[in-house]
Design a binder for this molecule. Structure first.
Ligand code: TRP
Length: 366
């Protein structure tokens, strides 16, 4: 076999603007991978069809958020010259693949998927679960394999999807022959990046909890959110010793601050370890820490915000870019689908041997 190409495919459901949790959990990494030059092709998909699996009654939400997500991508540094950005529903080949993959997966296997399990619980679904939602891990396997992705940068919560995808690939290749490629997940390093808490200190930043800082939030909103941020409830007076574990301000500093930030904004401390030490011993107030965090976050957010404003001035150009991305993605998916159908021997009209053999059989009256 020829040396395997290195291909990235990843994506997001367009159900809202992207926040800092998305940024540290995957966007930052995607931009780094894109610019590393280590990959032959990179695809980023706006998973509108997957978003519809539990938003069938609200297509307007999905329709409005596609552009928000795309603006967030490009303002973070995703470059359409290097990365093909496309919309899932515009690549119908994915659904044809899904139909065949569904025959390779049992109901029991999908029921065991921990991410699906917890999402079902979160949404309060019982027997009223939409079949499309229940089966989205299978559709996600199509998203990945259609592009023969080798690398899928995602958050930790997506690992069961990758496991499911690898199983489907192995079944397909075992039954029909080697066509599909087994992908690897690439998950972010570091606790803070894996699961950035909300400003309320709750487990995870999320739209439904209303505890997020968004990439498109104006600077005043970011400052206000940081001011209201959860710290250590036992740290009442400046002189009190404080806890850094479970203290959202410090978790964010873990994810974002560098020694250069200290040199620039708080030279009293050389690095985060020194700051934490001081906080633990007492004598350091939350207000000062929050002010520093605000400076640190603005270093990341203000250029993103500025690029977003620039991009917002030409929305039609973004749709043109997406249209070209969809067309390119469709070409790749169609090629894989045709290889699959050939391997499955259901490409009847290209199968001269089948037609010849049957002509002979019927002519012989067998
Ligand atoms: N399930 C992913 C999410 O909820 C979105 C997604 C759809 C995806 N298809 C994908 C991610 C394929 C990686 C690869 O964020």
């Amino acid at each position: 076999m020829a040396q395997q190409e290195k291909i990235i495919l990843t994506g997001d459901r367009p159900t809202g603007r992207l926040h800092l949790g998305h940024y540290v959990g995957s966007l930052r990494e995607r931009v780094r991978l894109q610019d590393s030059g280590d990959f032959d092709r990179i695809f980023i998909m706006v998973a509108d069809a997957q978003a519809l699996t539990d938003n069938a009654d609200n297509p307007e939400k999905v329709r409005q958020n596609i552009i928000e997500v795309v603006l967030d991508y490009l303002s973070c540094g995703i470059d359409p010259a290097k990365t093909t950005v496309f919309i899932q529903s515009q690549v119908p080949e994915l659904y044809e693949m899904t139909a065949y993959f569904m025959n390779l997966v049992t109901v029991a296997r999908v029921q065991r998927n921990p991410t699906v399990k917890s999402e079902i619980k979160m949404r309060g679904f019982n027997a009223d679960i939409p079949v499309g939602f229940f089966t989205y891990p299978i559709s996600q396997a199509s998203d990945i394999t259609a592009f023969k992705a080798t690398t899928v940068p995602v958050g930790e919560d997506q690992l069961p999807m990758l496991e499911q995808t690898r199983e489907i690939v192995r079944s397909f290749n075992r039954i029909y022959g080697e066509v599909l490629v087994e992908p690897e997940a690439l998950i972010p390093q570091g606790e803070a990046a894996k699961r950035l808490p909300g400003i309320d200190g709750k487990a995870k930043m999320s739209k439904s909890l209303g505890n997020g800082i968004y990439l498109s939030d104006p600077a005043e909103d970011v400052a206000a959110k940081i001011k209201s941020m959860y710290t250590d409830p036992g740290h009442l007076k400046v002189s009190d010793p404080g806890k850094v574990e479970g203290n959202a301000v410090f978790t964010y500093l873990d994810a974002f601050s560098t020694p250069e930030h200290f040199a620039e904004y708080w030279p009293e401390y050389a690095n985060l370890a020194e700051l934490k030490d001081r906080y633990r011993h007492g004598g350091l107030g939350d207000v000062k820490c929050k002010k520093f965090l605000n400076n640190v976050l603005e270093e990341t957010l203000s250029p993103i915000r500025a690029r977003r404003h620039e991009l917002e001035r030409d929305i039609p150009a973004l749709y043109d870019m997406l249209g070209a991305g969809c067309e390119a993605a469709r070409g790749v998916a169609a090629q894989t689908l045709s290889e699959m159908k050939h391997a499955m021997r259901i490409d009847y009209f290209n199968d001269a041997a089948l037609i010849a053999e049957q002509s002979e059989r019927f002519a012989a009256g067998k």
